[in-house]
Design a protein around this ligand. Structure first.
Ligand code: AQP
Length: 336
């Protein structure tokens, strides 16, 4: 039996948005009182796409600030950046040798991010899921809070753990991780296209609510958010084939911690402009205090560096010991 331990990561690839918050970070905060939690800024994942070094450094600090401003306690949880703990990359190499090329080729995120120009994508982007498996399994984490978009990568982490355990005949050395995906809102969609997920790398800033958006910007973005001409239905069935409407309803439900069916009971039959005013209020109430706190925290960069340095030490202590065990299982010796 493995000790229950939570691990999750966020890429420092720009402004965090409502999707990152409702799909992942809100869950991180809820879990900190129930589990031992390790939260990582996955900077090595970020460089699978080209990053400007100056912006990357600033995005790393902004991500720590967003964690803390959202309510994560750096004393209770281990908060650190991936590049500080070498064992992540070392175990990722081992997993490059355990996982099969066919498994990588099936990953939908690779297909989406590489687009039509697959031959020109970085090798790192293709083997990204192996590094993600290493991030989790180097701590023998048992539970991983993520948005629904990461479900396939977590299934791959389970496959890698099973194959390693089986190939090296080592029982259940690696735990078979459980994803923790929010039930009511597994995937927050773009405000401009209900079929695309809200994303940091989407060109149009109008497609997302960033955690640092001002009240005016939130107001403007939600008013412009795409809907349709039908009134709000009273039953979930009425949201079929209405992805933009369903997205706004589920954002409201998630922010207010009520089921979508209850939101529809409240707003069924009403038009979107009435609903949007209430939605704006909810977003402003939840997100603006976080944005204000992020801006405050960013004024003291050395405080944020200290949080990362302390977290890195704590993470490294666990990871180093586990890597020794893993190498021993494989037959490798580390003399340093
Ligand atoms: N739209 C979303 N809805 C729900 N959850 C989401 N997450 C991301 N977007 C949504 C969850 O946030 C966590 C951190 O994600 P990430 O930043 O590491 O990578 P990502 O999934 O690739 O996020 P983005 O915003 O789309 O970034 P870019 O554009 O840089 O690729 C994860 O748990 C993810 O599920």
């Amino acid at each position: 039996m493995h000790k229950k331990r939570v691990f999750s990561g966020v890429q420092p690839t720009g402004n965090l948005h409502l999707g990152n918050y409702l799909g992942a970070i809100k869950n991180f905060v809820d879990l900190q009182s129930k589990f031992e939690c390790i939260y990582c800024i996955v900077d090595l994942h970020a460089i699978t796409n080209r990053q400007n070094p100056k912006e990357l450094r600033s995005n790393i600090l902004e991500t720590v600030a967003s964690f803390i401003a959202s309510g994560l306690d750096p004393k209770k949880n281990i908060i650190f950046n991936q590049a500080s703990v070498a064992a992540h990359s070392e175990l990722a190499w081992v997993f490059n040798c355990v996982a099969r090329i066919g498994w990588m080729n099936r990953m939908t995120q690779f297909k989406e991010k590489a687009g039509l120009n697959k031959e020109n994508a970085s090798v790192g982007l293709l083997v990204y899921p192996n590094l993600m498996a290493a991030d989790i399994l180097i701590y023998k984490a048992t539970h991983v809070p993520v948005g629904e978009d990461q479900k396939q990568h977590l299934e791959l982490t389970r496959d890698i753990a099973k194959k390693f355990n089986n190939d090296f005949n080592c029982g259940e050395y690696f735990p078979i991780v459980e994803p923790l995906i929010p039930k009511e809102i597994s995937r927050v969609m773009s405000l401009r296209d209900g079929k695309k997920k809200m994303s940091k790398s989407e060109d149009s800033d109008q497609s997302r609510i960033n955690l640092k958006d001002t009240k005016d910007l939130i107001n403007q973005k939600i008013k412009k958010a795409k809907t349709d001409n039908e009134p709000i239905p009273s039953e979930i069935d009425g949201l079929k084939n209405r992805s933009e409407a369903a997205n706004l309803i589920s954002i409201y439900g998630s922010l207010n911690e009520i089921k979508m069916s209850e939101v529809l009971k409240e707003f069924g039959g009403k038009n979107f402009s009435t609903f949007k005013s209430k939605l704006i209020e909810s977003i402003v109430d939840k997100i603006c205090p976080i944005g204000d706190e992020i801006n405050k925290l960013l004024k003291d960069k050395s405080h944020l560096d200290n949080i990362l340095a302390l977290g890195a030490k704590r993470a490294d202590n666990i990871a180093k010991e586990n890597l020794k065990e893993i190498y021993k299982i494989i037959g490798l010796t580390k003399f340093t």
